[in-house]
Ligand binder design. Structure first.
Ligand code: GUN
Length: 294
């Protein structure tokens, strides 16, 4: 029987730990961490994710500010708001929800964020700090995957980890973390990889972060594999009240019986990403005090 890696439960544990710290701050009369979220446009999925982040802030007792702008907003105006948040003493961390409208360059905008407040861990400075002895704010999704691995005591040292998907948000930084912190042997597969199944079949730990439902089927994994599914794609489902359901990149029904451990979708990596965002916000808050200590 495969162990289900319950990201929802681990995320709830992390949130309870953060809530205890916030309660202590309040008792000391200190202000609490404050996260700001910028969202541009009306993409339904993005608004759902942002609502999840706000609910999580409320649950742990963080302050939050939501800034919603029209999809016609100029890149220049967005950068102006980012500069204001960089300077705002009340804000400890902030994120710009992706995707952005096509006329706005994600790369350009991201580099305008102060790395000390970049709680998504997207700036080059934070991304690069993965290979530092003192990482700053780590990218939230891979940080969440690593935390799940740690809390389930999954051994990665010397294991063959195959990561499918080389995005800057998930696969690329995760492959770096598994190499550096995880001491694993890592294969990073991407859209040009030839014979994907030959690689995935060799995996002791298989992480998939592509966004293509059911990309990984039972014939593509070996017996006893540990599977971590980062995919969350909205697919139409008329049996649901919302009209859709979230689908992972792994064909769970066929892969689960061959696996030793596996994450469900939803309830696996998704909640861990939000928990990581909260951990990063708390860390950004704490770093501000560390940097003012004499
Ligand atoms: N869009 C999808 N995932 C993310 C994320 O982790 N952060 C931001 N800012 N946008 C996203």
């Amino acid at each position: 029987m495969s162990t289900v890696l319950d990201g929802k439960k681990i995320a709830a544990d992390i949130k309870a730990e953060i809530a205890t710290k916030v309660e202590r701050l309040k008792q000391q009369g200190a202000r609490v961490p404050h996260l700001a979220i910028i969202i541009v446009g009306d993409d339904g999925a993005s608004h759902t994710y942002v609502n999840g982040k706000i609910t999580a802030c409320k649950a742990v007792g963080f302050d939050y500010t939501l800034m919603h702008f029209a999809s016609t907003m100029s890149e220049q105006k967005l950068i102006k708001h980012i500069h204001q948040l960089n300077e705002d003493e009340d804000i400890d961390g902030f994120i710009v929800q992706l995707p952005l409208p096509e006329h706005i360059s994600v790369e350009k905008v991201t580099e305008e964020l102060s790395p000390a407040k970049d709680v998504d861990g997207f700036t080059n400075q934070n991304f690069g700090s993965i290979f530092s002895k003192h990482p700053l704010l780590l990218p939230a999704t891979p940080f969440g995957v690593m935390e799940l691995i740690r809390r389930y005591n999954i051994e990665t040292t010397g294991k063959h980890c195959v990561v499918v998907g080389a995005s800057r948000i998930a696969g690329a930084p995760l492959s770096m973390m598994l190499t550096e912190e995880g001491q694993a042997t890592v294969t990073l597969c991407h859209k040009h990889t030839m014979d994907l199944a030959a690689h995935t079949r060799a995996a002791d730990i298989l992480v998939v972060a592509v966004g293509r439902p059911d990309l990984i089927t039972a014939d593509m994994v070996k017996e006893g594999v540990i599977v971590i599914d980062v995919g969350t794609t909205r697919v139409k489902d008329s049996s649901k009240k919302s009209g859709f359901r979230l689908a992972g990149d792994v064909d769970y029904a066929s892969v689960e019986p061959k696996s030793n451990m596996i994450t469900p979708v939803p309830g696996g990596v998704g909640p861990m990403t939000i928990a990581s965002l909260l951990l990063n916000t708390l860390r950004a808050y704490e770093m501000r005090f560390e940097s003012t200590e004499v």
